[in-house]
Design a protein around this ligand. Sequence first.
Ligand code: NAP
Length: 278
Amino acid sequence: MPNLEGARTPRFLYGTAWKEDRTAALTELALRMGFRGIDTANQRRHYFEAGVGEALAKASGENLVTRENLFLQTKFTYLPGQDHRLPYDPAADLPTQVAQSMASSLEHLGTDYVDSFVLHGPSSGYGWTDADAQVWTAMLKERDAGRTRMLGVSNVSLRHLHQMTGLHAETPAFVQNRCFARFGWDREVRRFCSERDIRYQGFSLLTANPEVLRHAFVASLAARENVTPAQVIFRFALAVGVLPLTGTSDPTHMKQDLASESLKLSDKEVQAIESLVG
Ligand SMILES: NC(=O)c1ccc[n+]([C@@H]2O[C@H](COP(=O)([O-])OP(=O)(O)OC[C@H]3O[C@@H](n4cnc5c(N)ncnc54)[C@H](OP(=O)(O)O)[C@@H]3O)[C@@H](O)[C@H]2O)c1
């Protein structure tokens, strides 16, 4: 079983999607603000992984961070999720593509290991396929070779997870999903994860849930604690065991997101938010 609660699994992840030529500057800013967990992907269409590496080099050059106190997560993305800027040979078989993607990520990030390597999404929305099984087996090899400490899967349904864990002896350390409040904040997948010591990472906590952000109950808690509704949502996520992602470009929001951890919500309030809209 991987060590999920090790000192290097942070409480918050800074997401680096959609930042293009601002990726290096924003990742560096996030590190200066105190983030120690970075989420990226070797998918040039949405992420500029080499820009993340540039920020890491600058921050470690200035002794702001060491590799040991950073948590770096990247992803393998299938061909249909990529544009023409591929991190692997599209004609190669899937295990080779996984190995090439990982080698390229390590080069981009200037490191010889990542902390978490995630399958960006299964090949089909309907279930765990033979292709996914091949990719997962190749990812296990990367882990066994020491190029990643842990493995994860993203954009998965309960069905994917049941099929995957039925087929493979090794379960993921992480599941990373979009977290919709109207589905009980992905209640079923979160339950599946908590029963198996899988750490659930939630993204789009704000953008997927505008009805919660403007809900009167959340507004009243925010007013009482003198914080923003976004901070209430992040505090709620932490309280129910979600490892939240934020991709904010705003230094004030970076500070607020990290500070949300110290906000006080009662168990009853957390339960109320959990079933506020679904
Ligand atoms: N696995 C996947 O398929 C997948 C998919 C999507 C995302 N992700 C990961 O998750 C990360 C986060 O993505 P996301 O979808 O959650 O969206 P996001 O990039 O975090 O966007 C959040 C939006 O909310 C705004 N915002 C307002 N107040 C905020 C506050 N206090 N804190 C943070 N944001 C605030 C932000 O604007 P400001 O910039 O002005 O703050 C931004 O427009 C991505 O960078 C990526 O790493 C993964």
